[in-house]
Write a protein that binds this ligand. Structure first.
Ligand SMILES: [Fe+2]
Length: 330
């Protein structure tokens, strides 16, 4: 694609070029945002299309030709519209070279929390496959450049919801796996782990809301339901043909503690798998981050976790501190 005179000051700051692939992903004849055309004779952008107007077939063809030549732009001010749209077809993130890292992070947040929410609401093959597909895009994005993880780590979500918790646990857990396993990690293995991390509280999400919000003491039967949620999450995944231990352990062991005081199996020490130990720590970090007002500073959360070495793997606590403090200060 011909790249037109983009060295013009500020152009890249305020607008980004739209590729035919991106245009293709919009509704065919009614686009949700304004488009601008680069006029070569005056070397500036002019309005080309007003949002929501109907495109004729001819105008649509012309638009694609112009975009092929690199002449069509959208305003960065419309990023929120663009982000919502692109988040529904996340693989576009990998081809759109005009997005800034901060914009990509926002798109991943929108896409993944929505997919997790949809899967938690209806844990069936179609919602599961969409989630797997978006997780694969994230892994591909990180595989191209591992340092991109830093941006995601710096921008975890601070409001509480089960999908937000799962998103945070996914990002933190991936960072921990990278740190612990380094070069031994394969893309396939990382994807399997991420799948467990991004869905670890499925069993809890399937419990009736009235039970989750109950303030009074729980009956033994209700307590039993809560205690069994890790098993139920794994059970649903197995029904969806997920058999990999690294994925299932994220569900099964995310409430197990080093000293054996966790549930449902009261595992302890080395009996807890790496996936389980990482998910437990990522879950608690995310819980402290999202369930306190005001949001505590990272250092305070890390200090709190450092005092809980009886519950969480001390090596993982050190690794987490390294990721958040040492790595972020580089
Ligand atoms: Fe849980």
């Amino acid at each position: 694609m011909t790249n037109k005179n983009l060295s013009l000051e500020n152009l890249d700051e305020e607008f980004y070029q739209v590729t035919p692939e991106i245009l293709e992903s919009f509704p065919r004849f009614r686009l949700p945002l304004n488009l601008y055309i680069f006029k070569e004779n005056v070397a500036q952008l002019e309005p080309y299309y007003r949002a929501e107007q109907r495109l004729t077939k001819e105008k649509r063809e012309e638009l694609f030709e112009l975009s092929e030549e690199g002449l069509i732009f959208v305003a960065r001010a419309d990023h929120h519209i663009y982000a919502k749209h692109i988040s529904k077809q996340l693989d576009l993130v990998l081809v759109d070279k005009n997005l800034k890292p901060s914009e990509i992070i926002e798109i991943f947040q929108i896409a993944l929390t929505r997919r997790i929410h949809e899967f938690y609401e209806q844990p069936v093959k179609p919602t599961f496959e969409k989630l797997v597909s978006d997780i694969s895009v994230l892994i591909e994005y990180l595989w191209e450049d591992q340092y991109r993880l830093k941006g995601l780590i710096k921008n975890l979500l601070t409001t509480y919801s089960l999908p937000n918790m799962a998103y945070n646990a996914g990002i933190i857990g991936i960072a921990l796996f990278y740190d612990v396993q380094g070069k031994n990690l394969t893309k396939k293995h990382l994807t399997q782990i991420a799948l467990g991390l991004f869905t670890y509280d499925l069993g809890l999400a399937r419990l009736p809301k009235i039970l989750l919000e109950k303030k009074q003491n729980l009956t033994p039967e209700e307590q039993n339901k809560i205690n069994n949620h890790p098993l139920n999450g794994a059970k649903i995944l197995r029904k969806l043909d997920i058999t990999e231990a690294v994925t299932l352990q994220c569900h099964l062991e995310h409430h197990e503690y080093m000293d054996g005081s966790g549930y449902p199996r009261k595992l302890s020490g080395a009996d807890i798998s790496l996936s389980g130990a990482i998910t437990a720590l990522a879950h608690t970090f995310s819980e402290i981050l999202t369930q306190n007002d005001p949001t505590p500073p990272t250092r305070e959360i890390l200090n709190k976790l450092s005092g809980m070495k009886n519950k969480y793997n001390p090596n993982l606590i050190s690794s987490l501190s390294k990721i958040f403090i040492h790595d972020l200060m580089k």
